[in-house]
Design a protein around this ligand. Structure first.
Ligand SMILES: *Cc1c(COP(=O)(O)O)cnc(C)c1O
Length: 384
């Protein structure tokens, strides 16, 4: 049996998405900047896609800029504000995705000051600490909506209110939350919001940045002036059409999918926690409907992932981006988990196609794998 339980890393392209894309690789190959019929056809597809993506987050189409990825959207948002101001102070959290964290580190090297807010044991930032961190020269607050490693959902409505009250631009990385839980830019006072196509059954290499009407940013890519001059590059029409289709599908079935995944998620959490010395990471309830994450004392997450893989089950330890490093995840450490425990982390992230049968298969093989790994683990005997 092959079971894919790593949807926070990427998702399969939905059948309808692929079908929508195919004509744009062949007969509808036009450049959206061209004046002729081929160009107009591409332009029309581009603008219809913009409407669909906007609709999923209750934005206006003209507030959506297409990019090449979630990473690019994060870079454009943060550097876009930083480069506009030339100097200043940025507030972010210590559990951001590397696309935000490393952009902030880069800006620190370029002379900007950055506060990395701590989080509690569930991965939540503290609203009072956020308020205290605000300075005269704060130009941006960038706090993610939902965390990719531990699934925790941050209080972004409250963050938005504080940002608004203090007249500071608020960016959120919503790559993990869009399409899974309600994201309504008219309800949250967010100015900039990053999305990525391949996390919601769209193709890889496409993203979007929501930019609230009236908010000014500098471009990162300079060139032909595409996307209102904010993202020069001939538009990836096929990718954008696929992303839009993925948004449309996600929007139409979000509640139903969330309910189904949440049931499976809760079963996973309940059963996995029966294994001794096993702990949930992230928040018990304020978490993504498709996200379960744990650590198992005394074992290596890498070994666990490989043993599960040998049974046909795809999971991850920490984040997919950091799993090749041998350092424990910065997110788990920020929640106060000891480094030796953080090494034993496992992330199980569901998709709408997962079945109860698949989950039962996973739950059936996991306890024995954990026991076998502990039998050969010096860390396990030391902790006893
Ligand atoms: C996957 C992910 C990204 C990066 O998106 P890409 O499209 O893969 O570049 C950014 N932020 C979060 C929270 C993610 O999960």
């Amino acid at each position: 049996m092959k079971v894919y339980l790593d949807h926070a890393a990427t998702t399969p392209v939905a059948k309808e998405v692929l079908e929508a894309m195919i004509p744009f690789f062949s007969e509808k190959f036009g450049n959206a900047s061209s004046l002729h019929a081929y160009g107009r056809e591409a332009r029309k597809a581009l603008e219809e896609s913009r409407e669909k993506v906007a609709k999923l987050i209750n934005a206006e189409p003209e507030e959506i800029i297409f990019t090449g990825s979630g990473t690019e959207s994060d870079n454009l948002a943060i550097k876009g504000i930083a480069f506009l101001h030339r100097k200043g102070h940025i507030i972010t959290s210590s559990i951001e995705h590397p696309a935000v964290l490393e952009t902030c580190h880069y800006l620190q090297r370029k002379g900007f000051e950055v506060t990395f807010l701590p989080v509690d044991k569930y991965g939540l930032i503290d609203i009072d600490e956020l308020e205290e961190a605000i300075r005269e020269d704060t130009i941006l607050i960038s706090i993610m909506h939902a965390n990719n490693e531990i699934g925790t959902i941050e209080p972004i409505e409250e963050i938005g209110k504080i940002a608004r009250k203090n007249n500071i631009i608020f960016h959120t990385d919503a790559v993990q939350s869009v399409g899974k839980i309600e994201v309504d830019v008219k309800k949250i006072n967010v100015d900039l919001l990053s999305m990525s196509s391949h996390k919601i059954h769209g193709p890889k290499g496409v993203g979007a940045l929501y930019i609230r009407k009236g908010v000014k940013i500098e471009p990162v890519l300079h060139g032909g002036g595409h996307e209102k001059g904010l993202r020069s590059s001939t538009e990836n029409i096929a990718g954008i059409v696929g992303f839009a289709k993925a948004c449309e599908i996600a929007g139409s079935r979000m509640e139903k999918d969330a309910e189904k995944m949440m049931k499976l998620r809760d079963k996973i959490i309940k059963e996995v926690l029966k294994i001794e010395e096993t702990y949930l990471t992230g928040h018990p309830t304020k978490r993504l409907p498709n996200h379960a994450s744990f650590y198992f004392r005394g074992i290596e997450g890498e070994s666990l992932v490989l043993m599960l893989d040998s049974k046909g089950i795809a999971t991850s330890t920490g984040s997919a981006c950091s799993s090749k490093k041998l350092q424990p995840s910065h997110v788990l450490l920020a929640t106060g988990i000891k480094p030796e425990d953080a090494h034993g982390s496992l992330r199980v992230t569901l998709g709408r196609e997962n079945t109860e049968e698949e989950i039962d298969y996973f739950l059936g093989v996991l306890p024995q794998i954990v026991e076998d790994l502990r039998k050969i683990s010096p860390m396990w005997y030391k902790s006893k």
